[in-house]
Design a binder for this molecule. Sequence first.
Ligand code: BGC
Length: 363
Amino acid sequence: MKAVAVFPGKRQVRVIDDAPEPRLQSPTQVKVRTHEVGVCGTDKDIVQFAYGAPPLGSDYLIPGHECLGQVVEVGSAVRGLKKGDWVVPRVRRPCPHAVCPACRHGHPDFCITGDYTERGIKEAHGFASQFFVEDVAYLHRASDELRGVAVLTEPLTIAEKGLREVDRIQERLPWKMEAGRAVVLGAGPVGQLGTLALLRRGYATSVYSHSRKPNPKAEANEAAGAPYYSTQDITPQELVRRVGPADLFYEATGSASATLKALEALGDNGILVLTGVPARPEPLSMDGAALLKQLVLRNQVVLGTVNAADADFEVALEDLARFRARWPGGLERLITGRHPPEDYFEVATDKKGGAIKNIISFS
Ligand code: BGC
C-alpha cells in the first residue's frame, strides 16, 4: 500500500508503494482506511530528523498522528463500531512495565517510564498510509456530520486535557474559580483550537502572537470572539493594561523566549499551561531570580501537559460539534489546505504565511 515514509538513516522522506498492508491480528482489532491526516509542528521536526523514531527493526517511520479514517473491517469481538463508521485514533500506547501506574491505569499520557510508543512519532507507525489496523480500545467514533473537521480532534485533545487539569489544580483556591481571563500564546492550530475550547468554557480569551495584523490567523481568532495582539506591537505590560491580568496562559508556540517574555502578564494565582514540544536548543539569558520571585509571590503554577487520554478524545469530539453550532464555518476556516501524500515533506516544512492547518488526503 501507499504510505509516507521517513528514513532517518538515509535522511529521506518519500512516498513508498510497497508498505505491507496491515491485517487484523486479533478479534478486537479494526482495519481503517485513512481519509485525512493533519500535519503539525511535531511532524515538521520528524521530517527534519530532529524528533521521533521508527519502530524497532524498521528503517523508516510512517508519520501522521492526527487522523480521521473510515472502518473497512472489524474483528469478531469488536463492539460499538461497524464498517463505514468514521473513527479518530488516539496516539500513545502504554509501556509494558508493571511498575508504571499510569500505563496500568489506562493513562499512557502520564507514563513514568518513557517506554510508551506513539503512533506516527515514537517507535510505532502512524496513519499516513492508505490503511492502518488498531485495537478498538484506541478508536473513537466521529459522527458523519463531523466528517469535514474531525481530523482536528487530536490537536484539540491537547487543550481538553490541559483544561481538565487546570480545573483540578484550581480547586486549590479557597473559593470556586469561575472561568476568568485567558491569554493564548500562538495562533497556530493548537492555539486556535485552545482558544475555542477556552471561549466555550466561558473564559474571556485574548491571543498574543508574533505576526502583525492583518493576517488570516488573527482573523480566525477575532471571528470567534478572541481579540488578537501582536507581540511586535504591544509589550506584556501593555497587554495587561488592555485585557487585565490573566488567570490562565495557554502556550502553543514551542518558543521558550516568547513564553518567558510574555509571562509577566500572568496574574495572581494564575496557571501557565505549556503544550509546545521544542525539538531544538534555545539558550536564553534572563533574570531567573525575578521569575522565581514572581511565581512564588503570585502563587503561580507552571503546568506541562502532553498527549491526551480516552476521555479527552470523547470531550474533543463533543466540543467539535458544539464549536460548529456556535461558530458556523469557524473550524473549516482553520483547515487552509488539503494536499496529496506526495507533498508531505513540503507541507510539513514549508508552511505558507497564511496557512493554519494543512491536511494530507488519502481518499
Ligand atoms: C502530539 C502528542 C504527542 C506529542 C509528543 C504532539 O504533537 O499531539 O500526541 O504526545 O507530540 O510526542
